[in-house]
Write a protein that binds this ligand. Structure first.
Ligand SMILES: *Cc1c(COP(=O)(O)O)cnc(C)c1O
Length: 462
């Protein structure tokens, strides 16, 4: 299956060149493997299948593209959202409220009210947010309404850190959730549930990249045991749903999917068998592990050069589409594929080279000192495993436009077909997003007399 996926992706590059999707007019694009996405969603369902009801949701931030959410929706995967924009994307994709989970560390009262009115599950992050829910639930009760949506609390089990600090959400001092091991916190959580019959879920998300499976499973075990304690003390099954979050790491070093959903579910079944026995509904929120390996970036090589003995290929894919790799290359290394101008795998002898992007800062590299077939202008590079958090969440540095994203699949004759998932941003749109319609806004303000900063200070006070 891995070989088939590799062949599919290679064929897609040649077909993208053939069909003119990648070329002078479109020197960088994102590509998504539709069959790969479907297969991955099926592997996820299979890994967690059992007596316990399961709702799988996709963390929208990992690939915030409506057609992708629709495709996952068609495979029975809902949405985890963390902003009003993401919630609207889920709605636009037709994902029903009862398959949507709203987690965000900074939900406003308006967002919370909207979630309750529309039935979107909410995981409150902290005591202040719970107090806002109290007020909204009371407001609804006064109007004769139920709370309206399943509600829970996000727990930080404080199990420790993985290899990437910025990606570790369950450290002692993480900004997410209620820090369970802080003085008095666990008792506060238990009391909070006992006092609120409408609080029926517990949530934890111990991610992500760089966090070992055992550590993630430890978090889930902690939350499961908390649910058991609350239910015991309530004398009934108050907590009916445990949301275990996402965070499964992705192997950026090779084509194999490692670890698999099955491996993680196996660790969970051994560590927390009670979670799977059918008393609880399980919610998951995987992002990167569902999409990373199902997408890649293809970009033209514009120039090649040497500097101080270092060989550099200047391409059209840099920090604007591979932001994390450019800014934190040790944490986010990418594999690069080399193709010729027709999109066929390049057979030239390998030389050590850097692969750079088009942005005007020195760190705009997507690979350093990597051995690749010697690249030439007009060649194509592929940045593998970039289906999540890369081209779908571009960075508008240097006013570079968002690239187009295309989905691909093979038709019955084995020919690669494409569908546009998101059009490239046009230069007019770049202008509009850059205040072009506000032209004159600043030069029209009074220029003031020469006289230095005190003039500015007095005019801003007036
Ligand atoms: C980002 C996020 C996820 C998804 O994380 P991945 O590492 O992409 O699987 C799930 N849940 C929450 C609350 C998140 O913030």
């Amino acid at each position: 299956m891995v070989l088939d996926a590799v062949a599919r992706r290679q064929d897609a590059i040649a077909a993208a060149v053939r069909d003119g999707l990648l070329g002078r007019e479109a020197p960088v694009i994102g590509l998504l493997d539709v069959q790969g996405i479907r297969e991955t969603a099926r592997e996820l369902h299979a890994a967690f299948a059992g007596p316990a009801p399961v709702l799988h949701t996709f963390a929208v931030k990992a690939a915030s593209l409506v057609p992708v959410l629709e495709l996952l929706g068609a495979e029975g995967v809902g949405c985890e959202v963390a902003s009003p924009g993401e919630l609207e994307l889920a709605r636009a994709a037709g994902v029903p409220a009862d398959r949507t989970v709203f987690d965000s560390p900074a939900k406003t009262v308006g967002e919370l009210r909207d979630a309750l009115e529309t039935g979107v599950a909410v995981n409150a992050d902290n005591p202040q947010e719970l107090a806002r829910l109290d007020a909204l639930v009371a407001e609804r009760a006064a109007a004769g309404l139920s709370p309206g949506a399943p509600l829970g609390l996000r727990i930080n089990p404080q199990v420790g850190t993985g290899s990437i600090g910025a990606m570790s959400t369950a450290t002692a001092t993480s900004k997410f959730g209620v820090a369970l091991r802080d003085e008095g916190a666990e008792q506060w959580v238990v009391d909070s549930y006992l006092a609120r019959p409408w609080l029926t879920r517990l949530h934890t998300h111990t991610g992500s990249q760089g966090v070992p499976l055992e550590l993630m499973a430890e978090s889930v075990r902690t939350v499961y045991e908390l649910a058991e304690r609350i239910n015991r003390q309530a004398g009934e099954q108050r907590i009916d749903t445990i949301d275990i979050g996402g965070g499964l790491p992705v192997n950026f070093g090779g084509d194999e999917t490692e670890p698999s959903f099955a491996a993680y579910a196996g660790v969970l079944r051994r560590t927390v068998p009670g979670l799977f026995d059918g008393r609880y509904t399980i919610v998951t929120e995987f992002g990167r592990s569902l999409l990373a390996k199902q997408g890649f970036i293809a970009a033209l090589v514009e120039y090649t050069k040497t500097a101080g003995g270092r060989r550099i290929a200047v391409t059209h894919a840099g920090a604007q589409v591979a932001t994390r790799t450019a800014f934190a290359p040790e944490a986010w290394p990418l594999r690069v594929g080399a193709f010729d101008g027709e999109g066929a795998p390049k057979l030239a002898h390998e030389v050590v080279q850097d692969v750079a992007g088009p942005c005007c800062f020195a760190g705009d590299l997507v690979a350093r000192g990597t051995a690749l077939p010697e690249l030439e202008p007009g060649d194509v590079v592929a940045l593998w495993d970039t289906g999540a958090y890369y081209f779908s969440t571009p960075f508008q540095y240097n006013s570079l436009p968002r690239p187009a994203v295309h989905g691909f699949w093979r038709d019955g004759d084995g020919r690669v077909r494409f569908a546009l998932v998101r059009p490239a941003q046009r230069i007019e749109e770049v202008l509009a997003d850059s205040g072009a319609a506000q032209s004159g806004a600043l030069t029209g303000a009074p220029a003031g007399r020469a006289g230095g900063p005190h003039r500015l200070a007095s005019s801003s006070a007036s």
